[in-house]
Design a protein around this ligand. Sequence first.
Ligand SMILES: Cc1cc2nc3c(=O)[nH]c(=O)nc-3n(C[C@H](O)[C@H](O)[C@H](O)COP(=O)(O)OP(=O)(O)OC[C@H]3O[C@@H](n4cnc5c(N)ncnc54)[C@H](O)[C@@H]3O)c2cc1C
Length: 464
Amino acid sequence: MKKEYDVVIIGCGPAGIFAARELVSEGLSVLVVDGGKDVEDRVCRMKEEILCRQCNPCDVMCGVGGAGTFSDGLLNLRPDIGGDLSEQTGDVEKAWELVKYVDGVFLEYGAPDELLLPKGEKIKELEIRAASVGARFVPIGQRHIGSDRASVVIKNFKDDLTEKGVEFLLKTFAERLLVEDGVCRGVILEDGRAINATYVLIAPGRIGAAWVEKIVREYGIEAHYAGIDVGVRVEVPALIMDPITSINRDPKFHVYTHRYDDFVRTFCTNERGFVVKERYDDFIATNGHSMKDEESPNTNFAFLVRVDLTSPIENTTRYGRSIAKLATTIGGGRPIIQRMGDLRRGRRTTERRLERNPVQNTLKDVTPGDISMALPHRMVMDIIEGLEVLDKIIPGVASDSTLLYAPEIKFYAMKLTVDHQMETTIKNLFAAGDGAGLSRDIINAAATGVLAARGILKRSDGKS
Ligand SMILES: Cc1cc2nc3c(=O)[nH]c(=O)nc-3n(C[C@H](O)[C@H](O)[C@H](O)COP(=O)(O)OP(=O)(O)OC[C@H]3O[C@@H](n4cnc5c(N)ncnc54)[C@H](O)[C@@H]3O)c2cc1C
């Protein structure tokens, strides 16, 4: 390991590796530091529980490839899903070009050719159906790498970077930054070693969000709390969703509710999939996934309310955690499950009602209960109203037997203020990806990494 690099990148997820590729291609010396292991040494046996007890949580979220390595590897080929790239590019067309570019790189490293494209004529019909009830359908092309192939693509990517001269320092977390007179000059590792660099790019992903908050405070980097998404995981017979998922595998519907004018959306649809638990330090939440070798008779999706806070409490993460903790308390340490009909009528779902419900729950370790005891009134009303709007587009989705699991919650990192080159308010310190609040999915994280690298190249003596 050298004493000085042109660029040190913190984080080896999509944002970090895409940035490294751009930089090394232009002849810059690059070191990528990651607290996790190499891709082949990471272990995960996700099934009933995301971050299951058999897995080392750090193996799931940390290491070469980042959080995407054990994911379904579903690439959302849109700049405005999983972030808003045009905010950074300043131009919608450039944002789309960037998405195509990132997708092309994934193909180069072995992502499958097949594209899941929304089907033309039928898309128009869906758009009209959604618009007629005041909702919006957002068509999206996707590429499904698949959980089995994602790690192969990542290995190919890393091997190519190594061949081109990128150095990797793994199983080592960055602890602090070297900042002198408002200019970032390198990083200090957890073992106390200092690495000097002309530029530093922080790309530490969601797992690094707390670390980002720490350095924001320590170095006075400009940042603000981003909104969070709170709601439920909805489970219905696959037959109900088939007419929609056959047009678009992961359909995105956006609704603004009448009562509160709140933004509610569908997210992460798992066709014939399973609802799973998501274990945090002090609460339980829900999520969903689908598997290649096992199907359920149900389809599930997240139905989420956007929560932004202003004075006196802007810390959306703290608010979200307190909601999730309350839900965990009322569920006796398990996710709460409730039939839509019971929620609508203000009564608890009991074991007996659940047993005779026509839709059987795929996640068994749950407490039949009352979601209105767990989530704030406003969110419950948004969920009921939003699902009833959705029912007019997807008949049956809000029927009495529909199952709702709570809480489902999506936290996002503090959003760092960056300019169009992705430079933060500290000179020579650049940021990209989920950990800096600049993206929320693989494509957008990778694209912000590309933008940050191009920003660095512009600044580095005309090497771009
Ligand atoms: C279970 C799961 C499934 C998902 N499925 C999908 C999907 O199908 N499609 C999709 O688009 N998105 C999916 N996502 C989200 C996607 O994985 C992320 O949006 C994406 O990986 C973010 O990329 P990133 O580079 O910003 O950060 P990450 O991929 O999180 O990588 C950050 C890296 O930084 C390292 N790091 C953190 N702090 C430090 C530090 N202080 N020092 C050194 N290293 C550090 C971490 O070890 C990690 O390897 C999924 C996420 C999860 C958890």
